[in-house]
Design a protein around this ligand. Structure first.
Ligand SMILES: [Zn+2]
Length: 719
C-alpha cells in the first residue's frame, strides 16, 4: 500500500497512493493480478482477548462484551529502560509470548487484527455459501458460487492443468512476432500482464482527468535488484527461483532436461528486463515517472511493437493520452521484443501463464508456488488454510459486495462520528504546527494551509457501491470465476480512460485493515476495518486513541507534505508551489531523518534504507507530532497527570503508538522488506521516531546517559 506509492489494483481501478503500511509496486501488482487478491496486510482485531488482565482503569469492551484493557502492562518488559529501547520496553513480553504462527512471515498487531477480520468475514462467507435461495445474478449468488468453487478442491485437482491448456497450446504454436504480440494483447485485455502493465490513472498534471498509463513489469521476482545484486541472499534466491521454475515446468509436462534449459531462458529474459527497470528509489520520483504522450509518441518511443493494434486490442481509443511511467523500460522492452528469438518467447510466455495461474490450479502447482513465493521469499512455514485464502480471493474479486455485508454486520455508525471529530481536531492541529514552523516562509505556509484545508476525508465505506451485475460467476469452475472477475475489473478500469475522475471511488475495500493518502485526490481514507483496537478504541481515553488512530490520521495527512506529497498542489496536480528557500530548508530537515534511518541496524549487518523509506518516516514523525499536539488540545482543562492503569496520559500516548507496531518477523521477511518496503520495520517506526520528540523525554524521564538519547540539536523535527 503503495510509497507505498503503488499503483494498486483492486476493484478495477489502479490507484496511486500512499498508505500506512505494506509493500510496494510491481511484485504486489504481479501478485495481485496473479492471485487477484489484495494481499496488503489485512488483519483484524484483537489479541486483545489474550490480554484479559490489567489493573483497573480504562477498558475496551470487545465483541463478546468482555472487558479488555486498551493498554496492558503484561505486554511490556519493564526491566528494559525506556531510554535504551522503547519498543522492547512497551512490547517485550508480548514479543516473547507470541511466536510467529507457521502461516505467517510476520506476526504483530496488524496480523492479530487480521485473524479477527478473518473470523468476521468467515461469518459472512459461511452465510452466503449456505444460501441456497440466492437468486441468480444477485451479489449473494456471486459471493456464494465464487467462494464455493474455490473451496471445491476435488474438482480443482481433477481439472489439473486443463484450465490453462488452450493458452499453452496457443503459445506452442507461435510462428511469428505477430503471434507473440497477439498474445500480449489478448492477455492484457483479460487482466494478465506479461512484460508490462497498462491501466487507468489520474493525470498527474490534470487531476480531474483519467488517462492511460504503462508501468514496468515482466519479472517473476519481487524486484529488479534480486536479478542484479551480488549479495548472498539475492544469489540464493536466484538459484532457488531457477529450481522452482524447473519443478513447475516439469509439473506442466516439460521433460526435465528441457525444463532446466527453459528456466535459464526465463532467467535471461527477466534479467534483461531487470536491467532496464527503474529502481525503487527512482520510482519514488513523480516527475521522472510522468511522461505523457499519445499513440504516435509511444510508437516513436518504442518501435517494434504495433501500438495501434495494441490500443485497439485492449479497447483504448486511438486518441487517448498515455503516461509512459518508465520510458527507458518501454523503449528497452520493445527492442527486446523484436530481437529475442521466437523460441525464447515461447518459453517466457509459457512461464508467465503457468506462474500467474499456479495458485488457482491443482494442489501440486499451488503447493510448489507457495514453497517458493511463501517459504523461500518470506520464510512462512506453512500455507494459510484454504478458507482464509478463499476469503481473500472472494474479498478481492467482489470487494465492495463483501464490503457491503461486512459494514452492515460489523461497523458501528458511532465509530464514524467519533472519527470525524478526531479528523477535524487533527486538521486544526496540523494547521497550528504549520503556523509554528520556524523554517518555512509565510507565503509557503499559506499554500500549505490551503492544501490542508482542501484534504478530503473518507471514513468507513463508500457512499456509492460498485455494481457487479455484469460479472458472471457460476458453479462450474473456480478458474473461470477468477478470470471472469478479472475481466470485469479490467473492463471497468479501461472504461474510465478519457473521462473525468469519479471522486466517490475508493482505493481500498471497507474490510481492509489499512488507510491511505492519495496525492492526486488530495484525500485521506480510513476503511471500516482499521477502526478497531488496537488502532481505534470506541470507549478508551483520548491518550490511547491519539497515540494510535490519531497518529494514523495525522500520518496520512502528513503524506500530503512528505518528500513526494509536497510536490502536488491542493488540487492534486504535480506542481511546485514551494519557494526555493523553503524547499532547501525542507531538504536539510529531511536529511537528518535520512541519516538516522540509514544508521538504524537490523539483523546485525543490515540497515534501513533512509531514502527509500523517507516519505513514510516523515509521515510517522509528523504524524506523532501532530497527534500529540491534538492530544494536548483534547486534554485541555483535564488534569494532565491523571493516571490510568498506572500511566499518565503522555505515557499512554507513546505506549499506544508502540503497541500498534509490535511484531515478530522472520529473517527472510525482514530482508525482503528492507529491500522492497517503503515502510520501515515496526521496531524502527517506534525507536527511530520517539527519541526525536521532546514530550517523550519528559513522559519517561529520559536521561542524556540513556542509549538512544538524542541531543536536542540533533533531533529531527519537520512538521
Ligand atoms: Zn504511510
Amino acid at each position: 500500500m503503495y510509497s507505498c506509492r503503488i499503483a494498486f489494483h483492486e476493484t478495477g481501478t489502479i490507484y496511486t497512493f500512499t498508505c500506512i503500511l505494506v509493500f510496494q509496486t510491481t511484485f504486489i501488482l504481479k501478485q495481485l493480478f496473479m492471485n487477484y487478491l489484495l494481499k496488503q496486510t489485512f488483519m483484524a482485531a484483537a489479541g486483545m482477548l489474550a490480554i484479559a488482565l490489567v489493573s483497573g482503569g480504562c477498558r475496551q469492551t470487545d465483541k463478546n462484551n468482555q472487558s479488555v484493557p486498551a493498554l496492558s502492562a503484561s505486554n511490556m518488559d519493564t526491566t528494559v529502560n525506556p531510554g535504551d529501547d522503547f519498543y522492547k520496553y512497551a512490547n517485550g513480553a508480548w514479543l516473547r509470548n507470541n511466536p510467529i504462527p507457521g502461516e505467517y512471515s510476520r506476526y504483530g498487531a496488524f496480523e492479530v487484527l487480521e485473524e479477527e477480520n478473518y473470523k468476521q468475514l468467515k461469518v459472512i462467507l459461511a452465510e452466503a455459501s449456505a444460501d441456497k435461495n440466492a437468486t441468480t445474478g444477485t451479489v449473494n449468488q456471486k459471493i456464494r458460487d465464487f467462494y464455493n468453487s474455490g473451496m471445491d478442491t476435488l474438482k480443482i485437482d481433477k481439472d489439473g492443468i486443463s484450465p490453462i491448456k488452450a493458452e499453452l497450446d496457443q503459445i506452442d504454436a507461435f510462428a511469428s512476432l505477430d503471434d507473440v504480440q497477439k498474445m500480449i494483447i489478448q492477455q492484457h485485455a483479460a487482466g494478465n500482464y506479461p512484460l508490462f502493465y497498462v491501466f487507468s490513472s489520474q493525470d498527474e498534471k490534470n487531476s480531474n482527468q483519467v488517462i492511460a498509463m504503462t508501468y514496468q513489469g515482466g519479472l517473476g521476482l519481487p524486484d529488479r535488484d534480486y536479478y542484479l545484486s551480488d549479495d548472498a541472499r539475492s544469489k540464493e534466491i536466484r538459484e532457488k527461483y531457477i529450481t522452482h521454475m524447473v519443478k513447475m515446468f516439469v509439473l506442466a509436462g516439460t521433460a526435465p532436461d528441457k525444463a532446466a534449459s527453459d528456466a535459464n531462458v526465463v532467467m535471461k529474459i527477466e534479467t534483461e528486463l531487470a536491467k532496464i527497470s527503474s529502481t525503487r528509489l527512482e520510482l519514488r520520483n513523480p516527475i521522472a515517472n510522468y511522461n505523457k504522450t499519445d499513440l504516435a509518441g509511444l510508437q516513436k518511443m518504442a518501435p517494434g511493437i504495433d501500438w495501434k493494434a495494441y490500443f485497439e486490442g485492449i479497447r483504448l481509443e486511438p486518441s487517448c493520452e498515455i503516461n509512459v511511467s518508465q520510458p527507458k523500460f518501454i523503449t528497452g522492452m520493445a527492442k527486446m521484443f523484436s530481437t529475442t528469438p521466437i523460441a525464447d518467447w515461447k518459453v517466457y510466455f509459457r512461464w508467465d501463464i503457468i506462474n500467474s495461474a499456479a495458485s488457482l490450479l491443482s494442489s501440486d502447482f499451488d503447493k510448489e508456488h507457495f514453497a517458493f513465493y511463501g517459504t523461500v521469499l518470506t520464510g512462512a512455514k506453512e500455507q494459510q488454510p484454504r478458507w482464509k485464502r478463499m476469503i481473500d480471493q472472494t474479498s478481492g474479486s467482489l470487494g465492495e459486495a463483501v464490503g457491503q455485508l461486512y459494514v452492515q454486520k460489523f461497523f458501528p455508525p458511532e465509530a464514524k462520528k467519533r472519527m470525524i471529530e478526531l479528523v477535524n481536531n487533527l486538521k486544526i492541529s496540523l494547521g497550528e504546527r504549520i503556523d509554528g514552523l520556524s523554517w518555512m516562509t509565510d507565503i509557503t505556509k499559506k499554500e500549505a494551509k490551503a492544501k490542508l484545508e482542501k484534504i478530503n476525508v473518507k471514513i468507513g465505506y463508500p457512499d456509492k457501491w460498485i455494481d457487479y451485475s455484469s460479472m458472471a460467476i457460476g458453479t462450474d469452475s473456480y478458474y473461470a470465476n477468477v478470470k471472469s472477475a478479472r475481466q470485469f475489473a479490467v473492463n471497468r478500469d479501461i472504461s474510465k480512460i478519457g473521462k473525468p475522475v469519479d471522486r466517490s471511488e475508493w482505493g481500498m475495500t471497507p474490510q481492509t485493515i489499512n488507510a491511505y493518502y492519495s496525492p492526486n485526490m488530495n484525500e485521506i481514507v480510513f476503511p471500516a476495518a482499521i477502526l478497531q483496537p488496537p488502532f481505534f478504541f470506541m470507549d478508551a481515553d483520548d491518550a490511547v486513541n491519539y497515540g494510535a488512530i490519531g497518529m494514523v490520521i495525522s500520518h496520512e495527512m502528513t503524506h500530503g507534505f512528505d518528500d513526494q506529497g509536497r510536490q502536488y498542489d491542493k488540487e492534486g496536480n504535480l506542481h511546485d508551489w514551494w519557494l526555493a528557500d523553503d524547499s532547501k530548508n525542507f531538504e536539510a530537515k529531511t536529511k537528518i531523518l535520512v541519516d538516522q534511518y540509514d544508521n538504524y541496524k537490523m539483523l546485525d549487518s543490515l540497515h534501513v534504507d533512509g531514502k527509500l523509506t523517507l516519505g513514510e518516516n516523515i509521515a510517522d514523525l509528523g504524524g506523532m507530532s501532530v497527534a500529540y499536539n491534538g492530544l494536548l488540545k483534547a486534554l485541555n482543562g483535564k488534569k494532565p497527570d491523571e493516571k490510568i492503569d498506572g500511566f499518565t496520559p503522555d505515557q499512554r500516548f507513546f505506549l499506544s503508538y508502540a503497541q500498534v507496531w509490535r511484531a515478530n518477523t522472520r529473517d527472510e521477511e525482514t530482508m525482503r522488506r528492507l529491500k522492497e518496503d517503503v515502510h520501515s520495520p515496526g521496531e524502527a517506526r517506534v525507536n527511530a521516531i520517539v527519541y526525536n520528540i521532546p514530550a517523550f523525554y519528559t513522559a519517561f524521564d529520559i536521561q542524556s546517559t540513556d542509549k538512544r538519547y538524542i541531543a536536542p540539536e540533533n533531533r529531527a523535527d519537520i512538521w
